[in-house]
Design a protein around this ligand. Sequence first.
Ligand SMILES: Nc1ncnc2c1ncn2[C@@H]1O[C@H](COP(=O)(O)OP(=O)(O)OP(=O)(O)O)[C@@H](O)[C@H]1O
Length: 373
Amino acid sequence: MYLHDLPIVQSAQAQTEAWLRCRDISKQFGTSQVLDHISLDIRKGEFLCLLGPSGCGKTTLLRIIAGLEQQDQGQILMGSRDISRLPPAERHYGIVFQSYALFPNLNVSDNIAFALRDSRQAKRRRVDELLDLIGLQGIQQRYPAQLSGGQQQRVALARALATSPSLLLLDEPLSALDAQVRDHLQTELRRLQEKLGVTTIMVTHDQDEAAALADTIAVMHQGRFVQSGTPEQIYHQPANRFVADFVGRCNWFPITQHQNGHWLLAGEKLELRTAPTPSKQALDVFCRPEHVQIQSEWQAHSQQANQWMAIVERVDFLAGRRRATLSLCKQRDIRFEVELHQRDAAYGQLITGQMVCAHLPPASLTVFNPESV
Ligand SMILES: Nc1ncnc2c1ncn2[C@@H]1O[C@H](COP(=O)(O)OP(=O)(O)OP(=O)(O)O)[C@@H](O)[C@H]1O
């Protein structure tokens, strides 16, 4: 399947000409099909994240693009040039791996200058320029063991950028860092990528990281692309249940169809924006926690559709937000999450044991075809 065949409408920007194209790539290790006829287009200057769970084939695809692994089938094209058989060194790509992979016996300066073939003076100038770019001046003489994880990863980035590569390939470059350093480096990485305009493909299994960095996220599942789009498209219009579950927190409400055609949740009529195709089997309706609205019992408007009384069972505090688990009074085994910010009127009602009225706006509800992934 081609990314442009996938269900999300691509942005106008994404329709401009592809700079790098992977066409119908397949790869097997032994009997295991790791990449299954996948195709990918990337535009010049784009930041694309390959997002997916462990083992879905992200790194294998990145390694094939880098030339470190050979595909069984398919082509990699830069413009009209087929580079499928070109050795890695001739592709002139910069690569940063999860483990910093700095040479322990070389100092920062020599690590960064490793791939440069210039005069000693030109090398020194370039190293200074790169250290300036990544905000790490004055550590030229230090060895990797004398640097923090974040510093080592910045040096690895500087080394990858030293030869001004046409493509930057990043394999979970921030995942070994603690949360604060990772957040900071995410911002730095995006700033640097925009400043240099270097086309970038990053592998990650962290949806927040992908959302913070990417122009385009391509979600992978079992060696295939299941959806591609902007972070907002992927989050708000997931193409199927797998994507919905993978890119954020979800509520799944079981619904059944009444003989008169209405859909029911816990025995009450549920209004949906788009009615699912009639089904004998139970379906689940999907709603993000921040889309559930909470009203106090006495404020509830009796004419409003999609209201259920619910009990707050548990409340977690998350930096300015409350995330609560509730259950429907009519059917206590139907549990769901709600997320409210301090500025939301109902914030103070998310207290364990409190009875509240939960409203599920029809526009926030989606029912996926049960056959979708
Ligand atoms: N050289 C290899 N030989 C045999 N199997 C391999 C090889 N490289 C990868 N695999 C297998 O291919 C599958 C996909 O691996 P890959 O590293 O591409 O996944 P991933 O999505 O990047 O996962 P992770 O996020 O855990 O790194 C895994 O089942 C892995 O064990």
